[in-house]
Design a protein around this ligand. Structure first.
Ligand SMILES: NC(=O)c1ccc[n+]([C@@H]2O[C@H](COP(=O)([O-])OP(=O)(O)OC[C@H]3O[C@@H](n4cnc5c(N)ncnc54)[C@H](OP(=O)(O)O)[C@@H]3O)[C@@H](O)[C@H]2O)c1
Length: 355
């Protein structure tokens, strides 16, 4: 067996995950569609190794990713690399399960406990650092769900819990229940956030960041690759929209609509802007833009090749270059900045709450 891999932070910045004490890297890595899907065996190890060698020590999974195979691949690779468990942050998500049956999915106490137990076995670990509720379950009382996540934390099977794609109202309800009964409250929301998807993370959740210090672990910051410019002239062979054609058929159809063509035009404009103003690619601009947001805790990258991880990490150099002026110009190009909260004529306060 090769010598154990020593994690090297390099120049990776770390941020607190919401109100918790956990420090997460600005860029982490996930296994959706890739690990156990389009990427299996040694290539998974190559991707994870290059990530670890370049400061990424946080890996995101879900029980449903490739029906459990994604967790299995990641668990195997981390063991083979000899990574020290305390050096890394592992996250997984419970909701869809890996097989049918009335109780093998959702957010009942039964599935949260049994689903997480199975995830831990696939990941070959005693605990995950964060377990997420992959979606809200409207058929289960929220109190049951909050109690079950709190219980798995008390067992030491997870250190924190979070939500994913819950509405602000649903997250708020979970907080209220946790506070009322002295249970563990969610610390982060795993949300979609990119230059074409802003309303929920920047608008709807705004009050949650202020009230609860909610953290975010952001997904699809490149809009599945659209924001790299790779789909500007069709679907390249071997790209996500090609290899997962059935899953993305609606997205591919959308590229031909007026809205889709408008998005491609925006990608082209952003590409020219990134080259001229920041001497970088549109990929770097798009990733740095999400990372720059003060409410982003970590941006979860996705990669089918080690080179993509290395390329995407160049975005670290662009984050400080995104001045308020540059951000304003990007807002003008994309034209979808969510409206500010109405003040009903009263003057606004600064971030310290002062007039
Ligand atoms: N909570 C949720 O509901 C949810 C949903 C989705 C994702 N996630 C999490 O977020 C992670 C990231 O999401 P995502 O994979 O959709 O992220 P993404 O960054 O939007 O897309 C990643 C994909 O884009 C392509 N790509 C990446 N870097 C590239 C580069 N430099 N040049 C060209 N192509 C590049 C690769 O696909 P190809 O090479 O195949 O084209 C890669 O797999 C997932 O792995 C998962 O952990 C969570």
């Amino acid at each position: 067996m090769a010598a154990p891999l020593e994690y090297n932070r390099k120049n990776m910045p770390f941020r607190r995950l919401g109100p918790s004490g956990l420090r997460v890297p600005v860029f982490s890595l996930g296994g959706w569609l890739t690990f156990g899907g389009t990427v299996v065996g040694d290539p998974v190890k190559d991707i994870v190794k290059i990530a670890l060698e370049n400061g990424i020590n946080m890996f995101d999974e879900a029980e449903t990713y490739s029906r459990g195979k994604s967790e299995e691949e990641l668990g195997r690779v981390l063991k083979e690399l000899g990574v020290r468990r305390a050096d890394i942050i592992l996250t997984t998500k419970i909701f869809w399960g890996t097989r049918g049956g009335p109780n093998n999915s959702g957010l009942s106490r039964k599935h949260i406990i049994e689903g997480l137990r199975e995830s831990l076995a696939r990941l070959q670990t005693d605990y995950v650092d964060i377990v997420f509720a992959h979606r809200p379950d409207h058929t289960v009382p929220v109190e049951e769900t909050v109690r079950a996540f709190s219980w798995v934390i008390d067992q030491g099977w997870a250190y924190y819990w979070g939500t994913s794609e819950w509405s602000a109202r649903e997250i708020e309800e979970a907080y209220q229940i946790a506070h009322k009964f002295g249970l563990h409250a969610p610390v982060a929301e795993q949300c979609e956030h990119h230059l074409f998807h802003r309303e929920r993370p920047e608008g709807e959740y705004r009050t949650l960041y202020k009230k609860y210090g909610l953290g975010t672990t952001v997904w699809s910051a490149l809009a599945s690759g659209l924001l790299t410019g790779k789909y500007n002239d069709g679907i390249p062979e071997g790209s996500r929209f090609d290899t997962n054609g059935k899953f993305f058929s609606e997205r591919v159809k959308k590229l031909q609509t007026e809205e889709g063509r408008r998005q491609i035009e925006i990608v082209k404009t952003l590409t020219a802007f990134a080259e001229k103003e920041l001497s970088c690619s549109v990929t770097h601009l798009a990733l740095a833009w999400v990372a720059k947001n003060p409410n982003t805790s970590t941006v979860i990258l996705g990669a089918t090749k080690p080179e993509q991880v290395l390329d995407n990490l160049k975005a670290l150099e662009i984050i400080p270059k995104l001045t308020p002026q540059i951000l304003e110009k990007i807002d003008e190009i994309v034209g979808n900045k969510p409206d500010a909260l109405p003040s009903f004529g009263r003057p606004g306060l600064d971030i310290h709450g002062r007039l």
